[in-house]
Write a protein that binds this ligand. Structure first.
Ligand SMILES: NC(=O)c1ccc[n+]([C@@H]2O[C@H](COP(=O)([O-])OP(=O)(O)OC[C@H]3O[C@@H](n4cnc5c(N)ncnc54)[C@H](OP(=O)(O)O)[C@@H]3O)[C@@H](O)[C@H]2O)c1
Length: 269
C-alpha cells in the first residue's frame, strides 16, 4: 500500500501541503505541484510546475511524473482558488480564471492521469470540492457553482468508470484554516454599489469562518482514509460539524426557512 505514487495538485500551501507532508511521513511517494515551485525549499516532497489555467503545463507535469515514476496511483485534485463578488458585479476575467482553475483545469488533469491509470486498470481520483458546492452561498456564486460543477462531473465519471478498478470520489471540506482567504479573488465593490454593506459583512464573515476553521491536518487524515478505502463512496465531507450537517439540514427544512437561516448566518438582513 505504502509504495503508492500520489500526485497532488496545489501542494505549496494549505490542504495540499499538509496532505503531501502527511502522506510522505506515512510512507507514500508524493509529487506536488505549484505555479512557483522555485519559491519553496526544504519540502519533504518534490514540487513541480503546473498552472491549471495553462493546458500545456498540465500535460507536461503529468508526463514528467509518469516518465520518472512510471505510475500515478492516486490523484488528489486539490489546487483551487476562492472568489468573492456580487454576482451582478462579477468581472468576466475573474470568472474565467476561477472556472479554469476550479473546473476546466482539474478535468484536464483527470483526462491525462486517467490514461496512465488505465494502463494498470487501477487508481484513485480524489477531487477536493467544497461544502460551498452544496449551497449557493451569497457573494460566492461562481465559487459555489464551480464546486457544484466538479461534484456533478465526478458523479458522471464514476458511472463511466464503473467497470474498471479506477475509483473517483469527492471530498468536500468546510472551513479549513489555510491561506484560502488571502489567496481569494476579490471583486472591487465601490462604496456606491448597492451591495457595498452586505458584501463587506459577508466577506468579513467568510474570512472569520476560515480563521475559526479546522486544521488542514484533519483533511489530510481523511484523505489517507479515502486512499485506503477499497471502493469509496461518491461524496465525503470534512470540517466543522454544523457545516458538514448543512446539506442534511437543507434537505430536511422547507426551502424558504433554510434560505432565511443562510441569510441570517451571513448578516444579510
Ligand atoms: N480552506 C478552506 O476552507 C476550503 C474549504 C473548502 C474547499 N477548499 C478547497 O481546498 C482546496 C485547497 O485550498 P486551500 O484551502 O489549501 O487553499 P490555499 O492554501 O490557497 O492553497 C491553494 C493551492 O492551490 C494552488 N493553486 C491556486 N491556483 C492555481 C492554479 N491556477 N494552478 C495551479 N495551482 C493553483 C496554490 O499553489 P500555487 O499558488 O503555489 O500555484 C496552492 O497550493 C481548494 O480546491 C479549495 O477550493 C478549501
Amino acid at each position: 500500500m505504502k509504495n503508492l505514487i500520489v500526485f497532488i495538485t496545489g501542494a505549496s500551501s494549505g490542504i495540499g501541503f499538509s496532505t503531501a507532508e502527511f502522506l510522505v511521513e506515512n510512507g507514500y511517494t508524493v509529487i506536488g505541484t505549484s505555479r512557483n515551485p522555485n519559491k519553496y525549499s526544504n519540502f519533504k516532497f518534490p514540487l513541480i510546475y503546473m498552472d491549471l489555467t495553462n493546458e500545456n503545463s498540465i500535460s507536461k507535469a503529468v508526463k514528467l511524473v509518469y516518465d520518472k515514476y512510471k505510475s500515478i496511483d492516486v490523484l488528489i485534485n486539490n489546487a483551487g482558488v476562492s472568489m468573492a463578488a456580487p454576482a451582478e458585479e462579477t468581472d468576466l476575467d475573474m470568472l474565467n480564471e476561477l472556472m479554469k482553475t476550479n473546473f476546466y483545469g482539474p478535468i484536464n488533469v483527470i483526462k491525462h492521469v486517467l490514461k496512465i491509470m488505465r494502463l494498470k486498470n487501477s487508481g484513485k481520483i480524489i477531487n477536493i470540492s467544497s461544502i460551498a458546492g452544496d449551497n449557493g452561498l451569497p457573494f460566492r456564486s461562481i465559487y459555489s457553482a464551480s464546486k457544484a460543477a466538479i461534484n456533478r462531473f465526478s458523479e458522471s465519471l464514476r458511472l463511466e468508470l464503473i467497470n474498471t478498478n479506477i475509483h473517483c470520489t469527492v471530498l468536500s471540506p468546510g472551513s479549513i484554516k489555510t491561506s484560502i482567504a488571502s489567496n481569494r479573488l476579490y471583486a472591487k465593490v465601490s462604496k456606491n454599489s448597492a451591495y457595498f454593506s452586505s458584501y463587506s459583512n459577508a466577506v468579513s464573515d467568510m474570512n472569520n469562518h476560515i480563521l475559526k476553521g479546522v486544521e488542514p491536518e484533519k483533511v489530510s487524515i481523511k484523505i489517507e482514509k479515502l486512499i485506503l478505502e477499497k471502493k469509496p463512496k461518491p461524496h465525503y465531507k470534512v470540517g466543522p460539524m454544523l457545516e458538514k450537517m448543512s446539506s442534511f439540514i437543507k434537505f430536511l427544512l422547507p426551502q424558504k426557512l433554510y434560505e432565511k437561516l443562510l441569510a441570517n448566518h451571513y448578516n444579510l438582513k
